[in-house]
Write a protein that binds this ligand. Structure first.
Ligand code: NAP
Length: 496
């Protein structure tokens, strides 16, 4: 197989031999392993702390889990999948897809399962790796593919530990707990909670959704592909490519809208969500409580075909009074009412500023990532941190997040990183990292642009950093694609 990334190291027979560590065997780590192998750079280990690959798709198993990016876009461009069952296929299918692709591309034997990288230290031109089991490795390049939405955020609610029933975070679903006929409370109204509500409401005796903030909900049907459609995809891959290109274009349009809060496209998104609310929630009181008081897409837009139906089921209750405390019998709200429950699900999101942490990363001159990120996480183009040579991140700080295909994002980033690696492979230099000046310039422009996005129009969301500035790629997705085509070499310091 030849590399999709032009003149890679594979074409050089005289290059340096490089050893790599990939941290994480989720979607991005598997992708990196495949691309290194394709480029003939087969001296690598993928470190995965779990016992299975798949990352977020392995960790999250909650009922209703699916991806609200259409499946034909949420997959690798080089491994299109005619078998997708639905426009938005379920999480278990996505997990099976990544396992199958990893196996088909022969990268599973490269994964060291059940061993967490605890530290990476740059020493004498190489990275020394230590794992939780005490294993040691020494590599030339570290590629961190550790994910973003990874560390569960538990709410700080008085008495939470005293709850007498089962309580767990959505990303740590306890399948031993029965929901059938149970009184289930769900805290949170993000993408996760909405999927759970729609999936379980009919099984529960009573479902209570604790909403702190109402959400904008974009309607989207989720039809199954017919056997005939799947057969056509199998026969002709162009059909999948066309479909993918069409969906990608739609998402490009969305990226153009959200980065310009005043754009007509943004207005269209808001109108579609508003119409969804007006047309599908019949009770005027409930409708008002579900009506957001901030701009659509300021928080990550919810995409759902059936949330409004689910929350209107006779056994469902939307509670908008603030949570006061949790007691052994249930959740007490500020109005004094006790909502009696058997199960409490915390769909309260993730700590999003950890990135590669808690792994300790010590760069040049004994400076560690905690010091470099003392203010907040930053990386040039979300990939490289000044002073941390040959350490590259996928889906690192301030990259494209939101309603995009992170697979597409990771593929573009890997293509870019492979060009950095080429410089090392050909021996042109031994150490490569972004310059501080490039980092500062990029960050200043990014922050200015971020202020004009819809994410900055006044709402609480995980997109915002400690200053309230969106920690995300604030330009059109097309600009990200262009930036990833080739590195601007003056932004990098090449040593040795
Ligand atoms: P989230 O969007 O961060 O939502 C967390 C929810 O918990 C919010 O509604 C928040 O309320 C609420 N909450 C947090 N602490 C609370 C407290 N102390 N009291 C009451 N409510 C509290 O988390 P998420 O739903 O897990 O989604 C995270 C991200 O994962 C998504 O934005 C998306 O990027 C990704 N995701 C994607 C898909 C997909 O289909 N592609 C599916 C699921 C998740 P406030 O709104 O008031 O803060």
């Amino acid at each position: 197989m030849s590399s999709a990334f032009g003149p890679t190291a594979a074409s050089s027979s005289t290059g340096r031999d490089l050893r790599f560590a990939i941290v994480g065997a989720g979607m991005a780590g598997i992708l990196t392993a495949i691309k290194l192998k394709e480029a003939g750079l087969s001296d690598f280990t993928v470190y995965e702390k779990a016992d299975r690959l798949g990352g977020t798709w392995w960790e999250n198993t909650y009922p209703g889990l699916s991806c609200d990016v259409p499946s034909h876009l949420y997959c690798y461009s080089f491994a299109l999948n005619p078998e997708w069952s639905h426009t938005f296929s379920p999480g278990s299918e996505i997990q099976a897809y990544f396992e199958r692709v990893a196996s088909d591309y022969g990268v599973v034997p490269f994964i060291r399962f059940g061993d967490e990288v605890v530290s990476c230290a740059f020493d004498n031109g190489r990275w020394r790796i230590s794992t939780a089991s005490g294993h040691r490795d020494e590599v030339d390049v570290v590629i961190a593919a550790t994910g973003v939405l990874h560390h569960p955020k538990y709410p700080d609610i008085k008495g939470l530990d005293s709850f007498g029933g089962a309580v767990f975070h959505s990303a740590r679903w306890d399948h031993g707990v029965t929901l059938d006929g149970a009184r289930v409370g769900i805290i949170g109204t993000g993408s996760t909670a909405v999927q759970i509500v729609s999936a379980i409401v009919e099984r529960t005796e009573r479902l209570v959704l604790f909403q702190r903030t109402a959400q904008w909900v974009m309607p989207a049907m989720n039809p199954a592909y017919t056997p005939e459609e799947q057969a056509a995809f199998r026969r002709d891959r162009h059909l999948m490519e066309e479909l993918r290109a069409g969906v990608s274009q739609l998402f490009d349009g969305f990226s153009g809208a959200v980065v310009d809060a005043e754009s007509p496209q943004m207005k269209m998104i808001e109108d579609a969500c508003l119409k969804n609310l007006e047309d599908n929630v019949t009770d005027p009181g409930l409708r008002e409580r579900l009506r957001p008081d901030y701009r659509a897409a300021c928080k990550r837009l919810i995409v759902s075909a059936d949330f409004y139906r689910a929350i209107q089921e006779p056994n469902a209750e939307l509670v908008t009074d603030a949570i006061d405390s949790v007691e052994p019998g249930g959740v007490r709200t500020a109005d004094g009412e006790l909502h009696e429950l058997d199960v409490l699900v915390l769909a309260t999101g993730f700590k999003v500023d950890a990135f590669v942490r808690p792994m300790s990363v010590v760069g040049r001159d004994d400076r560690n990532l905690e010091q470099a990120w003392a203010r907040r996480p930053e990386a040039y183009l979300s990939i490289s941190v000044p002073g941390f040579p040959n350490f590259f991140m996928l889906n690192g700080p301030n990259g494209p997040v939101g309603n995009f295909s992170l697979v597409e994002v990771a593929e573009l980033q890997v293509g870019y990183i492979m060009q950095l690696v080429d410089r090392l492979r050909t021996g042109e230099c031994h150490e490569i990292s972004a310059t501080q000046a490039a980092m500062d310039r990029f960050e200043a422009a990014r922050v200015e642009a971020a202020k004009k996005t819809v994410w900055a129009t006044g709402c609480r969301s995980w997109y915002l950093d400690d200053r309230g500035i969106p920690a995300a790629w604030p330009w059109h997705f097309g600009r990200f694609r262009s930036a990833m085509v080739a590195p601007e070499w003056e932004a990098y310091e090449l040593r040795g």
